[in-house]
Design a protein. Structure first.
Length: 277
C-alpha cells in the first residue's frame, strides 16, 4: 500500500461516515460511527484502520498534513474509543459491577462471547492520563490514587480506569445535540457544570481520557501518530481546557520538580493484565 493509498483509505472511511470538521475544530460524523455494535475492541477492523494509518504516516507522522485531514485522522480515534467503552458496558457490565469488573469479564470471556479468551490486557504507565490543575501539583492532586491504563493485546484500544474503578473518559462528559452532533462549544459545558468542583471533575475526564493508538507498540511510530498530533489537531474544547492542566514529568531535573515527578510504580498490577514496559 502506498502512502497515497493509505491516506485515501482512512479518509474515505471517515468521509463515508459523513465526516467533517465543525466550527470548533471537532470531527463530526453525519452518518454516525458506522461500525457494528458487536465489533470488539480487539476487532480486525480496528487493526486495519491502524495499519492503514501506520503504513501511510508511520515514518513521517501526521503533523505534515493539512489542517482538515490531520484533524479528521487524529480525531477519528475518539469515535473508536466511544465504541469500545460502550461495548464493554453493553455486553459485559452487569448490575452491581464496576467498569473494571466488566473489563475483567471481557478478558475472561471466550472469543465466541466477544471476549479475549483469557488473553491478558497490556499494562503501561499512565503518565499522560494523570494530569493535575496548573495551580496544584501531581503529588498533591493525584499521587496515591492514580488512574491506570490498560490496552488490548494488539496495543490499539485503550482504557483508563480511575480510583473508583470507573472508566475515565471524555465520553462521560460530551453530549449530543438534537441532530446527533457532538456539542463542541466549551461554553455549553461551562454552563452545564456551573459548580467549580463539578467543572473540574468534567475537565479531568476530558484531559485524562483514553485514546486509541494507531501504532502497534510503544515506539517512535507511536510518538509520531498518537502522542504528537494532539498539539496540532485536538478540538478547540480540549485545547482550551489543556492550557489549565499539566502532565507529571518523567524525571525531576531540579529539586522543585520532585513534587511533579510521575510515580511509575503507582500501578501495582492485577490478574487480568501483564506489564508492557
Amino acid at each position: 500500500m502506498s502512502k497515497q493509498e493509505g491516506t485515501a483509505g482512512i479518509l474515505d472511511v471517515i468521509r463515508g461516515m459523513g465526516g467533517y470538521i465543525d466550527e470548533n475544530g471537532m470531527l463530526q460524523l453525519r452518518r454516525g460511527f458506522c461500525v457494528g455494535a458487536r465489533i470488539a475492541p480487539h476487532g480486525r477492523i480496528f487493526q486495519e484502520f491502524a495499519k492503514c494509518v501506520e503504513k501511510a504516516y508511520g515514518e513521517t507522522g501526521l503533523c505534515g498534513l493539512g489542517d482538515t485531514e490531520g484533524r479528521m485522522i487524529h480525531q477519528f480515534r475518539m469515535y473508536i474509543d466511544r465504541h469500545n467503552i460502550a461495548y464493554i458496558r453493553r455486553y459485559f457490565k452487569r448490575e452491581g459491577m464496576t467498569d473494571e469488573d466488566a473489563l475483567k469479564s471481557y478478558v475472561q470471556a471466550s472469543a465466541g462471547q466477544g471476549g479475549l479468551g483469557g488473553k491478558k490486557l497490556l499494562r503501561e504507565p499512565a503518565r499522560y492520563h494523570n494530569k493535575y490543575p496548573a495551580g496544584s501539583s501531581y503529588r498533591e492532586y493525584q499521587r496515591g490514587h492514580e488512574n491506570k491504563k490498560r490496552l488490548t493485546p494488539d496495543f490499539h484500544s485503550e482504557f483508563i480506569i480511575g480510583r473508583d474503578e470507573a472508566f475515565v473518559s471524555q465520553w462521560n462528559v460530551l453530549d449530543e445535540d438534537e441532530h446527533g452532533r457532538i456539542i463542541s462549544d466549551i461554553e455549553y459545558y461551562r454552563k452545564k457544570y456551573r459548580d467549580s468542583s463539578t467543572w473540574e471533575a468534567a475537565q479531568r475526564q476530558i484531559m485524562d481520557t483514553e485514546s486509541f493508538n494507531y501504532a502497534s507498540r510503544n515506539d517512535k511510530i507511536h510518538e509520531r501518530l498518537d502522542i504528537q498530533p494532539p498539539k496540532l489537531y485536538d478540538p478547540e474544547l480540549r485545547r482550551l481546557i489543556s492550557s489549565e492542566w499539566k502532565s507529571p514529568c518523567k524525571t525531576a531535573k531540579a529539586l522543585k520538580d520532585l513534587k511533579n515527578r510521575y510515580r511509575y510504580r503507582s500501578d501495582k498490577g492485577d490478574a487480568y493484565s501483564v506489564s508492557n514496559s
